[in-house]
Design a protein around this ligand. Structure first.
Ligand SMILES: Cc1cc2nc3c(=O)[nH]c(=O)nc-3n(C[C@H](O)[C@H](O)[C@H](O)COP(=O)(O)OP(=O)(O)OC[C@H]3O[C@@H](n4cnc5c(N)ncnc54)[C@H](O)[C@@H]3O)c2cc1C
Ligand SMILES: NC(=O)c1ccc[n+]([C@@H]2O[C@H](COP(=O)([O-])OP(=O)(O)OC[C@H]3O[C@@H](n4cnc5c(N)ncnc54)[C@H](O)[C@@H]3O)[C@@H](O)[C@H]2O)c1
Length: 503
């Protein structure tokens, strides 16, 4: 079984991270001939430099922290952790996924599959020569040209740099280089307390081998989230021993013999010097168009750090873009959704518009924090009157049984009769799964009473969601009045601000 590789592909995908891979597979569904060009590691940041690798490390660190707990009748003696073994496990996890991706591509290659459609993988750096042609610079410096009717640019993002800090990826790392770390540093300074900074602060503090300093120029960790969510994350990090330093600008990191010296300048005027053995810079990620040849398509990216796409992920004519390279949030689920949608649009298969509404996310802290839809902060900014109920996991039987009561469910609804669900923030065990139960209801535009027609199993973490919803309609089994710190219902209106519901 075989077929000749096409002279002109239907689709050429630049970059095989989550966006490119998902897009290529959708084109295969339509019987198209696809060329996938990948410059480095298949899976991109989604697998090797980001999501899967960091989540593997997070899982191992969380299990290690739980094994170290002393509140459940057992005590583990002689527990130890070897960073080299942890790193090996992380690389193994990434490789497992990469091999699945490669196996699928190989199975549909023209020399093994007789159609319809095919997948051809080429390794090298892709650069546009024209709207129908890309040049690949292969690892051995040879060049090859690929012609295609459509292109999907899915080349991802790169970590933002600080001008005067030299990332050697030996002692001073960013997320692209952190897998080079060879042992637990005694002291680690993390610059940037966003998602990546807080996730790595969680990982290293959970292993208990490293003193972690977490520095941000803002006044809060994950500054874009609601204040109570940010406070919750900060409290948990501090409990794990992380030293959090706010309102501080990094002046420089000077490598010394055997250690690093980081100088921080504070808003109030004073400075502080921190000694560390390793530094990790996590101050955001940005799109980098250099070397893609976009100028050969008449696309000017000077002075912008995003690639503008239209509502169908199209940049221009037959050129589409998806994933981190676009101006939308940098997440695997968004990258995959855009990659799939772009391909559907180019081949005339779309049935409804692309929607970013109700996109759920999970931040892997200890415990994890999940989010979907609008937060209180977003509602206030948009001047949308809302009602919000807060339910602490300390009241949830399953969380009590798990001895894991740090966490909460917080649901925001419209302040009207229908009480349409606008958003949820939740922290604690299993939130990465439970968030979807609310996301589904939001997609369907359901109100609280509609949702409460379902009966939840017992004892489960989702019962927290059920009770939180019941609180909004004054039907909860436990009432806020006797438990004012654990159960709360408030409403907010642009004119009146917050009003507590007392009963
Ligand atoms: C530490 C970390 C943890 C994360 N955790 C999560 C998480 O838990 N959940 C989540 O949803 N998201 C997470 N993310 C974000 C997520 O990884 C990205 O949003 C996602 O990988 C973006 O997918 P992409 O396909 O757009 O780009 P990428 O995954 O970056 O893939 C782009 C690919 O393009 C290749 N490439 C670049 N230029 C060229 C070229 N000219 N020619 C050929 N190939 C090229 C690159 O080598 C790369 O393989 C995390 C990110 C980081 C850094
Ligand atoms: N679990 C997940 O879903 C997950 C995990 C990791 C990454 N991601 C994605 O990756 C993206 C990038 O993550 P990130 O954490 O690098 O970015 P971020 O935007 O989440 O956070 C950057 C942080 O750095 C701070 N900062 C910026 N410049 C600074 C400076 N000069 N000095 C000190 N602090 C500074 C900001 O105040 C902010 O707190 C995220 O936005 C997210 O989309 C997602």
């Amino acid at each position: 079984m075989a077929q000749d590789p096409p002279d002109i592909f239907d689709l050429c995908v630049l970059g095989c991270g989550p966006a490119g891979f998902a897009g290529a597979m959708r084109a295969l569904d339509f019987g198209k001939h696809v060329c996938i060009i990948e410059a480095a590691e298949i899976g991109g940041t989604g697998i090797m430099w980001g999501a899967l690798a960091s989540k593997t490390m997070w899982e191992i660190a969380k299990d290690y922290a739980i094994a170290n707990k002393q509140d459940r009748g057992y005590r583990v003696h002689g527990i130890s952790v070897d960073y080299c073994e942890v790193r090996r496990t992380v690389l193994q996890a990434a490789k497992e996924k990469q091999y699945q991706m490669l196996s699928q591509i190989e199975s549909y290659s023209p020399n093994r599959w007789d159609g319809p459609g095919s997948l051809t993988l080429k390794t090298g750096w892709g650069k546009f020569l024209s709207k129908n042609e890309v040049e690949i610079t292969c690892p051995d410096e040879t060049r090859e040209r690929v012609k295609s009717r459509y292109f999907l640019v899915s080349t991802g993002s790169r970590p933002r740099k600080i001008d005067n800090i030299l990332l050697d990826q030996e002692r001073i790392f960013d997320s692209d280089g952190i897998l080079n770390l060879q042992c637990f540093p005694e002291r680690l300074v993390i610059i940037g307390a966003g998602v990546i900074g807080c996730e790595y602060a969680t990982i290293f503090s959970n292993f208990g081998q490293t003193k972690v300093y977490l520095v941000d120029h803002a006044k809060r960790v994950i500054p874009y989230e609601d204040e109570d969510v940010s406070d919750f994350v900060k409290k948990n990090l501090a409990r794990s021993g992380v030293k959090i330093i706010h309102s501080a600008k990094l002046r420089n990191i000077l490598p010394q013999a055997g250690y690093l010296q980081a100088t921080l300048d504070f808003r109030e005027g004073h400075s502080e010097i921190i000694e560390a053995d390793a530094a990790f810079i996590s101050i955001g990620r940005r799109f980098d168009p250099s070397g893609l040849g976009l100028e050969n398509l008449g696309i000017d990216t000077t002075g912008t750090n995003i690639l503008k796409t239209d509502e169908n992920c199209c940049i221009k004519d037959n050129i589409y873009a998806a994933g981190d390279i676009t101006h939308n949030p940098a997440l695997v689920n968004i990258a995959e959704m855009e990659g799939r949608y772009a391909v559907k649009h180019m081949f005339g298969r779309t049935r409804w518009p692309l929607s970013y509404r109700n996109m759920s996310t999970v931040m892997f802290f200890y415990p994890a924090v999940a989010a979907v839809g609008l937060s209180e902060k977003m509602c206030r900014q948009k001047k949308i009157p809302f009602k919000v109920a807060y339910y602490s996991n300390a009241m949830c039987n399953r969380a009590i049984a798990m001895r894991a009561t740090q966490g909460f469910v917080k649901i925001v609804v419209t302040d009207d009769e229908q009480q349409r669900i606008l958003g949820m923030r939740a922290a604690g065990p299993q939130v990465s799964s439970t968030i979807m139960s609310i996301a589904h209801f939001m997609d369907q535009g359901q109100g609280v009473l509609d949702v409460l027609k379902s009966i939840y199993p017992h004892p489960t973490i989702v019962e927290g969601i059920e009770e939180c919803l019941r609180m909004l309609v004054k039907k909860s089994i436990f009432k806020p009045y006797p438990f004012p710190d654990l159960l709360k219902v408030k409403s907010w209106h642009p004119e009146t601000g917050y009003v507590d519901e007392k009963k």
